[in-house]
Ligand binder design. Structure first.
Ligand SMILES: Cc1cc2nc3c(=O)[nH]c(=O)nc-3n(C[C@H](O)[C@H](O)[C@H](O)COP(=O)(O)OP(=O)(O)OC[C@H]3O[C@@H](n4cnc5c(N)ncnc54)[C@H](O)[C@@H]3O)c2cc1C
Length: 389
């Protein structure tokens, strides 16, 4: 993780952003025998969203497109420690999506069908089964619960450590506190990037800049539709084991899990949250705590231990922007990630393969950067960020 030694004058691939997306891509490129890979990050290690998230790994959603992609990623998470040679501490504790409104129960029924069509293992929990899986839940509020047995959680520090070490062991040059300030292009082709006064030549450039994706795309002269969004989380003081699986409370746009230490960690979407600050925000904290206490009454007495925020990049349909940019040769994106922790193993693998072979995997195709121009957005009603029907 060099910060001060001389930068190379050229690289075969430059990746801007050393969050989990940039590192997962670099690792997979190195595995495909690409050499002279350079990862440049303006901040400190884990300073972006990849060091600030809720650590939940969800392996299926409500649309077939998201489900196929994230199920693949979930499968890769299961074997990731072995592949990286580092323990990413993936805990396959399951993930339960809880609906309270009747409309949400119907959505979960449709979701179950999507999972069956995609060959995903999921189960609509009967009231009796739900009491076993989540005994502390306010069962009288629940209209339906869909359970994903293969999903779970993986602490972000372990995943980031695993990817970074595996990259470095394969000779990837990863630099933090190294900001890309300009991008060179000529005749519709990327030619290099600038770090201060130094130019680094490259003909393949990947922007994995998280919340800064719009600013980076502007530098390349290819404006991107999307915006940075603040997400925040809280950790409650440790309590005895109350919550087994990871949980999404769909009607409250809220998610959570309980760590091995007993802290309940998660967050909720509140419309009036500040857009781009990292400071503490009492209304969002209070709204999250209220959702926790109403749905898990035994948490009502627990105090908030920590609060933090992070910024993600949101695309027009909330889905990732993954692959080649249609208007600038050599430019590729890994942006638009609101579930970018869960999605990193698949994104890294499939984008690396597309870069090396030119073949775009069918699980990646729906998230092509030009899909809005083609009028092909992907509608995903089961995320805890946007409102669903
Ligand atoms: C509170 C919170 C909870 C979340 N919970 C979950 C969850 O439970 N599950 C899940 O899957 N996802 C979750 N997410 C989302 C997830 O964290 C992100 O989608 C993911 O980390 C995105 O990874 P990234 O590498 O694209 O971005 P980042 O980790 O933000 O990395 C982008 C990097 O680009 C660098 N950069 C930007 N501009 C430049 C430049 N000019 N030059 C050089 N470097 C630059 C930045 O310094 C940064 O390090 C959550 C996010 C937050 C904030």
């Amino acid at each position: 993780m060099t910060e001060s030694s001389k930068l190379p004058r050229q690289a075969s691939v430059v990746i801007v952003g050393g969050g989990i997306q940039g590192l997962a891509l670099a690792f997979n490129l190195a595995e495909l025998k690409v050499r002279d890979i350079l990862v440049l990050d303006a901040g400190y290690w884990q300073g972006g969203a990849s060091g600030r998230n809720g650590t939940l790994i969800r392996g299926a959603f409500s649309s077939p497109e998201w489900t196929r992609f994230f199920a693949h990623s979930n499968r890769l998470w299961l074997g990731l420690s072995k592949r990286l040679g580092q323990n990413v501490m993936f805990s396959r504790r399951g993930y339960t999506m809880v609906g309270e409104r009747e409309a949400t129960a119907q959505l979960l029924q449709r979701t179950l069908q999507v999972h069956r069509d995609c060959g995903i293992d999921s189960e609509m929990l009967s009231p009796g089964r739900l009491r076993k899986v989540l005994p502390a839940l306010a069962h009288e509020r629940v209209s339906a619960a869909l359970h994903l047995p293969d999903s779970g959680v993986a602490p972000h520090h372990a995943a980031m450590h695993g990817y970074l070490k595996a990259c470095q062991a394969r000779g990837v040059d990863v630099r933090y506190r190294t900001e890309v300030s300009a991008i060179d292009r000529r005749d519709g082709q990327v030619e290099g990037v600038w770090v201060g006064q130094q130019r680094i030549a490259c003909d393949t450039l990947v922007l994995a800049g998280g919340a800064q994706s719009n600013a980076l795309a502007d530098m390349a002269g290819v404006p991107l539709e999307g915006y940075p969004m603040r997400l925040e989380a809280i950790a409650l003081e440790p309590t005895r084991a109350l919550i087994g699986p990871a949980v999404a409370l769909l009607d409250r746009l809220c998610y959570m899990h309980q760590t091995a230490r007993g802290e309940v960690v998660g967050g909720a979407e509140v419309a009036e949250r500040p857009q781009v600050s990292l400071g503490a925000d009492v209304p969002v904290m209070a709204a999250t705590a209220k959702a926790y206490a109403e749905m898990f009454p035994q948490l009502g007495a627990a105090r908030i231990l920590r609060q933090w925020a992070g910024l993600v990049h949101i695309s027009k349909d909330f889905g990732p922007l993954l692959g080649a940019h249609p208007h600038l040769g050599g430019l590729h994106l890994s942006a638009g990630w609101c579930y970018g922790h869960a999605g990193a193993p698949a994104a890294g693998e499939l984008l690396a393969r597309a870069l090396v072979t030119g073949v775009v995997d069918e699980r990646m195709q729906p998230f092509a950067v030009d899909r809005f121009q083609r009028n092909c957005p992907v509608h995903e009603p089961g995320i805890v960020l946007s409102h669903f029907e």
